[in-house]
Design a protein around this ligand. Structure first.
Ligand SMILES: C[S@@+](CC[C@H](N)C(=O)[O-])C[C@H]1O[C@@H](n2cnc3c(N)ncnc32)[C@H](O)[C@@H]1O
Length: 540
């Protein structure tokens, strides 16, 4: 494995190690600077999954309306894709199971609609096909962790026995006479433990070259199983970050300086989730209890991202304390087993189920808001939540961090609230939301994190506008203050460029990086112009 994929002569930049806690994990064989490429890799296989509603099963492009294959009923983008060699190869397998799906439906058996049922089978099918077609990749797949023992007592095992194994066996029995439930369960385990989401470009962006909005809730994704990336350990506070381009190539980039001999850690979860949410996901899907620095710090580096207001004393915060006595997550069905919730002031304890319910209620409020039509009412609703929710949760709780992202984006993109239409107080509000979020991100995803880059980019906009407004209002004064204010915005914009420039060229963030570079050039020209003006004023 080399620093740059094109070079084969350089020594490997990372190597594998193994520990009782983490299993296998990668270690830096050399020092990395933020932005350095740790590794690059294409997937063993990728496919639309149950979350991919408008993705062609053939070419993986986004479609508005599906062209349904007349044989296997796969959702495709066009007739061209139906007759393509890639689809034809899979179509003959998928066609075999359609009568069984229909007969189960007729007999009132619980079964998903055809496209959903097929989407659950696509990635396991493509991985199973490697066995006969690409033995090297198959061997890599067989080397991946699948947590067979832990999964055997979970509901997902039973689900796979009923809904996945019979269909894959029916499809492949001729080519693979020894296919059996155990092999299918191993593949499903490898998919669940090791797969990554691959975002795809949506139709709108392809047609109109619309830059990706900083945070979009509706995204079409594929699932991809990678070999090397699957050997990377998780931490909720990372030193490396994964980006996957439209071509499905994964790039892992150092986000902070990494010393030689240090472990490489990426996040399997979203950093803007609570400790209970992150641990639940990791226990249930990946079968381990995360004991990273963040999970072991009840205040999560002073951010209070999981803090719930205490019902007893009403002044303290109920926080998650790691219970080191619980060392196994079992099969992951009983959640939050290693967390004890206690008020930092009065010591009152709360049950994990109670916390879970509170989090669910608040998370649903935030999620429902994010699904509403994007208009001025949505801005009001979001702002109301900043008044009501802090009665229950900390002002920097993960859900309010998520809401800040939505609101930052709304100020500047909603008709009536476009950047030139924003008043001084709304520009200040946008800047304030960005600064508050950046303060939390400084602790939760420090360094060259993509999210920090995007928010830094957002922050420079209100700062430049505010600087201009201040200058225009006091036209008679020297441009000194304007230059100082613009230079502050320049610092943020420059950092945004430094971070986002490392995104692979085919990612939406890379487009933002290009826009940010153009903005930086323009801002620097503007600053130079004002400096010249200042110089002329002085010399006159
Ligand atoms: C994607 S695999 C990583 C490679 C794996 N260690 C191996 O040896 O194949 C994910 C699995 O690694 C282990 N793992 C990763 N990060 C961990 C962590 N921070 N703490 C404990 N186990 C971890 C868990 O068993 C998890 O299900």
């Amino acid at each position: 494995m080399n620093r740059k994929s094109s070079s084969t002569s350089k020594p490997p930049a990372i190597h594998l190690d193994c520990s009782p806690e983490l299993g296998r994990y990668f270690v830096a064989s050399q020092a990395f600077k933020p932005g350095d490429i740790v590794m690059k890799e294409f997937p063993l296989a990728s496919a639309p999954g149950p979350l991919s509603e408008h993705v062609c099963f053939g070419c993986h492009r986004h479609f508005i309306k599906a062209y349904i294959c007349c044989h296997c009923r796969s959702p495709l983008c066009s007739r061209d894709c139906q007759v393509s060699a890639e689809h034809q190869k899979e179509c003959r397998y998928l066609t075999k199971i359609i009568p069984e799906i229909e007969s189960r439906q007729k007999n009132g058996n619980k079964i998903q609609r055809v496209p959903v049922q097929l989407s659950m089978l696509m990635l396991p099918l493509r991985l199973l096909l490697l066995r006969n077609e690409e033995p090297d990749k198959w061997n890599q797949l067989m080397d991946l962790e699948s947590h067979m023992a832990a999964r055997q007592t979970t509901s997902i095992w039973g689900f796979n026995q009923r809904n996945i194994a019979p269909f894959l066996e029916m499809m492949l029995i001729d080519e693979m006479p020894d296919i059996n439930d155990k092999l299918v369960q191993q593949i499903c385990g490898a998919v669940d433990v090791n797969s990554f989401e691959i975002r795809i470009e949506t139709f709108d962006r392809r047609q109109h070259d619309v830059p990706q909005q900083p945070i979009s809730n509706s995204q079409e994704v594929l699932r991809g199983t990678f070999y090397m990336a699957s050997l990377m350990a998780h931490s909720c506070v990372v030193n490396a970050q994964i980006s996957i381009g439209n071509d499905s190539q994964m790039t892992v980039i150092a986000t902070v300086p990494i010393q030689e001999g240090e472990g490489i850690f990426v996040s399997y979860t979203d950093p803007l989730q609570t400790t209970l949410q992150r641990r639940t996901f990791l226990e249930k899907g990946k079968h381990f209890i995360c004991r990273c620095r963040r999970c072991q710090d009840p205040t999560e580096f002073g951010t209070f991202a999981s803090a719930i207001r205490c019902r007893s004393c009403t002044t303290g915060w109920v926080l998650p304390y790691d219970d080191p006595a619980v060392t196994s997550s079992g099969n992951g069905e009983e959640l939050g087993v290693a967390l004890r919730w206690k008020c930092s002031d009065c010591g009152d304890q709360m049950k994990c189920e109670e916390i879970g319910r509170t989090e669910e209620v608040v998370q649903n409020i935030v999620k429902n808001i994010q699904r509403l039509p994007v208009d001025r009412h949505l801005i009001d609703r979001c702002e109301e939540l900043f008044v009501t929710l802090p009665k229950k949760i900390h002002i920097n709780h993960a859900f309010l961090l998520q809401l800040r992202i939505s609101l930052i984006h709304l100020y500047g993109n909603v008709p009536g609230f476009l950047i030139p239409q924003l008043s001084v107080s709304l520009l200040q509000r946008k800047a304030q939301l960005c600064s508050q979020l950046l303060e939390a991100l400084h602790h939760l995803c420090p360094g060259f994190s993509r999210l920090r880059g995007m928010i830094l980019y957002e922050l420079h906009v209100p700062l430049v506008c505010l600087a201009n407004k201040k200058y225009e209002n006091g036209r008679t004064t020297q441009p000194d203050q304007l230059i100082v204010d613009l230079k502050e915005a320049e610092i943020y914009l420059k950092e945004a460029v430094q971070i986002l420039i490392h995104e692979p060229i085919t990612t939406p963030e890379s487009r933002i990086a290009r826009a940010a570079m153009a903005d930086l050039k323009q801002l620097r020209e503007y600053i130079r112009h004002m400096e010249k003006l200042k110089h002329n004023l002085i010399s006159n």
